[in-house]
Design a protein. Sequence first.
Length: 337
Amino acid sequence: MSDALLQIEGLQKYYPVRKERLFGGSRGQVRAVDDVSFEIGRGETFGLVGESGCGKTTIAKLVLRIEPPTAGRILFEGLDVATLRGKALLAYRRNVQAVFQDPYGSLSPRLRVRDIVGEVLEIHTSMTRQQVTTRVHEVLELVGMRPEHARLFPHEFSGGQRQRIAIARALAADARLLVLDEAVSALDVSIRAQVITLLEELQRELGVSYLYIGHDLATVAHLSHRVGVMYLGRLCEVGESIEVSTAPQHPYTQALFASALPTKPGDQREPLAVVGEVPSALQLPTGCRFHPRCPHAMDRCSAVEPVLQPTSTSRRVSCHLMTAGSEVVGREPAAAR
Ligand SMILES: Nc1ncnc2c1ncn2[C@@H]1O[C@H](COP(=O)(O)OP(=O)(O)OP(=O)(O)O)[C@@H](O)[C@H]1O
Ligand SMILES: [Mg+2]
């Protein structure tokens, strides 16, 4: 059996769309997540990165069992999450907690912090009121807040403090995996750095795993041990963050990292930009989904969809350029063909 905490195998989520959203009134479906597989180890952070609409939040919803997958499996400690019922499902909900982008929206404005953070303990444990309060104080201190903050309401805090409260709530009942969907994206840069440092410290102390979702590549790569780059519902590159960020192999990853780097004065090189619009997830391009925007596209790319293949022991990439042998020959840009 794998030592992974969470295993995702061939995960798909297709949303049916109403006729009026499509030309010609035909039926269709949005392939929000289309055959995605990855694992998260114990105490590991796996980052998911990609442009808006590529399917990151959909994966979060499937992992959190907010929605069922169209196909594929999610295994938590080897158990198929879709089959969990009763006590086993409650245990899963206790073990897997979420922190979203907007803590103000996800923290009930009418409840005091004590009740927001304590709710998960009231649902999942048989602690007395006093024990819950004691644990709330403890977990508030763990996230750098003070016990007396338990008496206050969410609006009495800054954005960074509210996100600390959301993290405290997620950790109160000893969660094993936190799903952090754009959890620091809305914060100011300096506050964001503090919350990231807190997340790193908490992981070292508690051994908790993170599924860290974001579109700011630098932040995702910094916080994650391994990273998966998504494009239109699929992973196009998966590997160690340090390797993916210093030597990206997929043209899309290369473009994402190039556009994330500040241009140095006097630097004559043109950054490789991701050109064009993201195609619609309703009408996907033939062959490689990235080929209409790829500067290296070859004939094969519009005809055959590449699959994720290992390029080293720790890296998988879905790109015809990476396939060994003769295919590396037509590296001309699409426009030159
Ligand atoms: N309930 C739904 N019904 C129909 N389509 C949906 C639904 N939820 C998501 N989608 C579509 O699925 C695709 C993936 O959406 P998702 O929210 O997962 O993207 P994302 O990567 O989280 O984007 P962002 O960075 O903007 O948060 C998008 O095309 C979106 O419009
Ligand atoms: Mg999202």
